[in-house]
Design a protein around this ligand. Structure first.
Ligand code: PMP
Length: 427
C-alpha cells in the first residue's frame, strides 16, 4: 500500500524514533524479530505494510472492543471532525460521556475526562492525597498504572522487561528516589495492613499487566475494608477492565465499590481518552472547585468523546454476553491445544481477558508471574504470527477479543494455536 517492507520501515523508524517505536513493548524487544507496521485494520484483522492480514488479539491493548474501524465509530469521528477538532471550551459530548460513565459505574457521581490512562491514575492519586491530606501510596507488585513517576515501582507490563537491575526501586531510570519514597509496594492478592499515613491504595482489580492474574477470593473486599478502617481511599485502576469486564467494570463483576475509579482504553473507542471518577465529596476537591490542580488542553476532545460515545453505545447486555462467550471459547480452545501438544503453556480467562502463561499454572502474584518462560512465549508468539494471528509481543501482556471476533474467527485462532503449540514444543 505505502510500499516498503516492515524491516524498511523499522530501519527508518529507528533513525528518528528511539527504538523505532512510541511505546516500548511494540519494539518486539522481548520476543525478538521485526515488528509489523500496520497499514490498516478492519473488524478482527490488522494488515501490515507488506499486505499480510492477521487476526488481531492485541486490539490496541484493550482500547478496541467493537472491532477495528467499526462503521458507527468511524462515522461518529468523521462527523465530529467536520465540526472542528478541538476548542478548549466545554462541549455537549463531554457531558454525555460523563453521564454514560456515571450511570454505568457504581460509586461514581462525577468524572473528569483526561487524555490517557497515565493521566487518570496520576491525577487520581494526587486527588486522594489532596483529599486525605496524607502522602503514602500503596500499590501492588506487578500492577501497572501508567508511567507517572510515583507509580513506576515494580510495575508490570513492559517495565518488567527493562534491562535495569530488577531489584531496583524505582523501576525506571530518571525517576528520582524522592518520587517513589512515599510509594509502598506490596504483593498482589494479599491484603496489607495499613495505617493512618496511607492516602490511597491503587489496584488493578483484575491484574492484566503481569499476564492475567485473578483477584483471590476476599482480596478486594478485604482491601476495601482495610482502607475504610484507616480512612485511605481505594482506587480501582480499571483502565483495561472498565466497560470490558462488564459494563460496570470489574467493580460490577466483583461487587466491590472503590472510592475512585480510573478508566481509559474502551471509553475512547480507540482515541486518546482517560477518566477518573468517584463520589462528589472527593471529586469536588478538584480545580476549579477545590485545591487539587488538574487540567488538559485536549481533555474532553471532540473526536475522542465522539468515538467513545459511539463505542459505549454498542455495548449493551447482548454485546457483553457475546464477548463473554467468545472469550471463553478462545480460552477453552487454547487450553485444549496446549494440553494436547504438551506445550508448557496455560490459558486462563477472567473479566473478558485472556492470559497466556508459559508455565504449569496461571500465576497468583508478580513473583509467580515472573517465572513465565519468556523464551517459550516468544516461540509461541512467532509461530502464531507466522500462522496469521497477532498476539501482544510480550509475556506480561494479555490477549483481547472483541465484538468482531466471531466464532469462526476464534476457531481459526484455535487452529493456528494448535500448530503453533506443536512448533513451540518441537523447537
Ligand atoms: N492502568 C492500566 C491498568 C493499564 O493497563 C494502562 C496501560 N496499559 C495504564 C493504566 C496506562 O494507560 P495509558 O497507556 O493510556 O497511559
Amino acid at each position: 500500500m505505502s510500499g516498503g517492507t516492515n524491516a524498511d520501515w523499522f530501519d527508518r523508524a529507528r533513525r528518528v524514533i528511539p527504538g523505532g517505536v512510541n511505546s516500548p513493548v511494540r519494539a518486539f524487544g522481548s520476543v525478538g524479530g521485526t515488528p509489523y507496521f500496520i497499514a490498516s485494520a478492519d473488524g478482527p484483522y490488522v494488515t501490515d505494510v507488506e499486505g499480510r492480514r492477521r487476526i488481531d488479539l492485541v486490539q490496541s491493548y484493550g482500547a478496541i472492543i467493537a472491532g477495528h474501524a467499526h462503521p458507527a465509530i468511524v462515522e461518529a469521528v468523521a462527523q465530529a471532525a467536520r465540526a472542528g477538532t478541538s476548542y478548549g471550551a466545554p462541549t455537549e459530548r463531554e457531558v454525555l460521556l460523563a453521564e454514560t460513565i456515571v450511570e454505568a459505574i457504581a460509586g461514581v457521581d462525577q468524572v473528569r475526562l483526561v487524555s490517557s490512562g497515565t493521566e487518570a491514575t496520576m491525577t487520581a492519586i494526587r486527588l486522594a492525597r489532596g483529599f486525605t491530606g496524607r502522602e503514602r501510596l500503596v500499590k501492588f507488585a506487578g500492577n501497572y498504572h501508567g508511567h507517572s513517576d510515583s507509580l513506576l515501582a515494580e510495575a508490570g507490563s513492559s517495565v518488567a522487561q527493562l534491562a535495569a537491575d530488577p531489584a531496583a526501586v524505582p523501576g525506571s531510570a530518571g525517576v528520582p528516589a524522592g518520587a517513589v519514597e512515599a510509594t509502598v509496594v506490596v504483593p498482589y492478592n494479599v491484603v496489607p495492613t495499613l495505617d493512618e499515613t496511607v492516602a490511597a491504595v491503587i489496584v488493578e482489580p483484575i491484574a492484566a499487566n503481569m499476564g492475567l492474574v485473578a483477584p483471590a477470593e476476599g482480596f478486594l473486599d478485604g482491601l476495601a475494608a482495610e482502607c475504610a478502617r484507616v480512612g485511605a481511599l481505594l482506587i480501582f485502576d480499571e483502565v483495561i477492565t472498565g466497560f470490558r469486564a462488564a459494563r460496570g467494570g470489574a467493580s460490577a463483576l466483583t461487587g466491590v465499590t472503590p472510592d475512585l475509579v480510573t478508566l481509559g482504553k474502551v471509553i475512547g473507542g480507540g482515541l486518546p481518552v482517560g477518566a477518573f471518577g468517584g463520589r462528589a465529596e472527593v471529586m469536588e476537591r478538584l480545580a476549579p472547585l477545590g485545591p487539587v490542580y488538574q487540567a488538559g488542553t485536549l481533555s474532553g476532545n471532540p473526536l475522542a468523546t465522539a468515538a467513545g460515545l459511539a463505542a459505549l453505545d454498542l455495548l449493551d447486555d447482548a454485546a457483553y454476553a457475546r464477548l463473554g462467550r467468545t472469550t471463553q471459547r478462545l480460552t477453552d480452545g487454547l487450553s485444549k491445544a496446549f494440553a494436547e501438544s504438551g506445550a508448557p503453556l496455560v490459558a486462563s480467562t477472567v473479566g473478558n481477558l485472556v492470559g497466556i502463561f508459559a508455565g504449569a499454572q496461571p500465576p497468583h502474584d508478580f513473583a509467580e508471574a515472573k517465572t513465565t518462560d519468556e523464551a517459550v512465549y516468544a516461540r509461541f508468539f512467532h509461530a502464531m504470527l507466522d500462522g496469521g494471528v497477532a498476539l501482544a509481543p510480550g509475556a506480561y501482556e494479555v490477549a483481547f477479543c472483541g465484538l468482531a471476533h466471531t466464532d469462526a474467527v476464534v476457531d481459526e485462532v484455535i487452529e493456528v494455536a494448535r500448530v503453533a503449540a506443536e512448533v513451540t514444543v518441537r523447537a
